[in-house]
Unconditional design. Structure first.
Length: 109
């Protein structure tokens, strides 16, 4: 499910008879529940809207999904090997890693 750029996953709690969802593309916690698909969709949209309103009220920028930056920690030897390979291809480390990730990325849904 997506709404305003926020993506959620949903699980069914058979024992409680309720659908529960959580936004997965932000570090902030945004959850919602519904007893039907329609109620779940409404709760999802309401939760995202509430989150955005809460951020506005606090004069804070809401966390936007996928800023384009992430930190990756690798062993020093691997860092060296990747940097050297990037230089052999005449690329910056960043450009080289982006190219490699693109070539291995899964297809969009």
């Amino acid at each position: 499910m997506t709404y305003k750029g926020y993506e959620a996953v949903v699980e069914f709690d058979e024992e409680a008879g309720v659908l529960s969802g959580e936004v997965i593309n932000t570090r902030d916690v945004i959850t919602f529940q519904g007893e039907s698909v329609e109620a779940l969709k409404k709760a999802f949209e309401d939760s995202v809207d509430d989150y955005l309103a809460f951020c506005r009220k606090r004069n804070e920028e809401p966390e936007r999904p996928f800023s384009g930056t992430f930190t990756l920690r690798v062993p020093p030897q691997l860092h060296r090997q990747i940097t050297l390979e990037a230089r052999r291809h005449g690329k910056s480390l960043n450009s080289y890693v982006i190219d490699r990730l693109k070539s291995r990325a899964v297809s969009p849904r």
